[in-house]
Design a protein around this ligand. Structure first.
Ligand code: NAD
Length: 373
């Protein structure tokens, strides 16, 4: 038994801030802390909202600076999934999981299986998939202990790696933003900075280079940069502040919150369109700042929905053709939302959020009528 070294009195507890409302809590339905001493698993599953359906969202494995940072990340990411599924028109709620640790050195089969058991214990309220630090083979492993997992390999009957589809959706959203901003959807000769050339970033680079864009790539992984440079017609960005560079399009494909006070004061891009989740450090404030600067922002949760469309196919049994059709539709939705934002004089993020929210409210009404009857 652990020794309690400090006695916390009721008075002390009264003075502490409430748990609900801390960090990025936003009416989350459930937050599950998963701890397993034997495997070293420390994970948090965030279930934001299940009005539209079970909460589906990937698992991210990352060496966070603190457990609080991990909690904040899962709260933000799971909330984003709610709106991503709703704006895309899928019958899914929003959830996400984070595993605290280095995916390269601390991810073991035992740890993944234990994580799968925790997912299973939620009885399907949360369905997992890949995110940063995860691969289809990890999901295949999780599948051995729970059916509540997607993003499994094609060999095992799944829809396979979602990253190329995510990238294709981002490409579609970027084209729509280009059409809106430059009058043409063609990206030929457009100067595009892709930040983060992992699974999605690489596939985006492939689409962009096929179209003849002038591509600059950045990543914290030098080996990866060289690998991509050897495969595609790209230039490795050698500077240390891409935000100060002249460019047409900035494509954030690494981690979130890269649009913040510091970067926005320098950013010269005319369009932002990338795969990373939660690109705006503060949705409202930075959405408004982007609008004031005349930078067209294709909302992340709208254009990076290809991955969720891909894994949703495993639940709904639709085929590859339908996955592509739904993903290509991101072009139309993005264009419509950019136009709506202009007409209604709101940020593009707000315009996309409003569409999603209206759908959730309508479904909630319908669900409650269903309950009464
Ligand atoms: P990944 O882990 O394969 O790639 C991320 C890349 O970013 C890595 O190469 C990493 O070295 C690089 N990176 C990390 N920090 C960086 C920094 N500060 N500057 C430059 N590069 C940096 O992840 P992924 O699957 O390609 O996903 C990328 C982003 O897209 C994530 O934010 C993820 O949440 C989001 N996303 C992915 C999918 C999907 O289908 N994989 C779907 C929707 C959203």
């Amino acid at each position: 038994m652990n020794m309690v070294t400090e006695i916390i009195t009721t008075n002390d507890l009264k003075k502490m801030n409430p748990v609900f409302g801390q960090l990025s809590f936003d009416n989350h339905e459930q937050v599950v802390f998963c701890n397993d001493k034997d495997t070293g698993l420390k994970a948090i599953i965030g279930i934001h909202n299940t009005v539209m359906g079970p909460a589906l969202g990937g698992t991210r494995m990352l060496q966070y600076n603190s457990e609080w940072e991990a909690l904040n990340d899962v709260l933000r990411l799971s909330r984003g999934m709610t709106y991503k599924a709703a704006v895309t028109g899928l019958n899914l709620g929003g959830g996400k999981a984070v595993i605290i640790g280095d995916a390269k050195t601390q991810k073991t089969p035992e740890l993944m299986l234990r994580f799968g058991e925790f997912v299973h214990s939620l009885g399907g309220k949360y369905i997992t998939a890949e995110d940063v630090g995860m691969m289809t083979s990890d999901m295949d492993l999780v599948r051995t202990v729970t059916p509540f997992v997607t993003g499994i390999s094609e060999a095992k009957g799944g829809a396979g790696n979602p990253s190329p589809i995510t990238a294709y959706g981002v490409f579609m959203g970027m084209k729509a933003a280009a059409k809106f901003t430059f009058g043409s959807e063609l990206l030929e000769d457009k100067v595009i900075y892709v930040q983060g050339i992992g699974n999605v970033g690489e596939a985006l680079v492939e689409n962009l280079s096929n179209e003849g864009a002038i591509i600059y790539i950045t990543d914290i992984n030098a080996e990866r940069l060289e690998e991509i440079r050897d495969k595609y017609s790209v230039t490795i960005y050698e500077g240390n502040n891409l935000f100060a560079e002249e460019m047409d399009i900035y494509a954030p494909c690494a981690l979130g919150a890269t649009i913040n006070d510091l970067t926005l004061s320098q950013l010269k891009a005319k369009v932002i369109a990338g795969a990373a989740n939660n690109q705006l450090a503060e949705e409202q404030k930075h959405g408004v700042m982007l609008r004031e600067k005349g930078i067209v922002y294709a909302p992340d949760f709208l254009i990076n929905a290809g991955g969720i469309i891909n894994v949703y196919a495993e639940l709904e049994n639709y085929d590859r053709k339908e996955i592509i059709r739904k993903t290509e539709n991101i072009y139309n939705t993005t264009l419509e939302i950019l136009n709506n934002a202009e007409i209604n004089d709101v940020t593009t993020h707000q315009a996309a959020f409003d569409v999603a929210n209206e759908r959730i409210i309508a479904r909630k009404k319908k669900n409650s009528i269903g309950h009464i009857n």
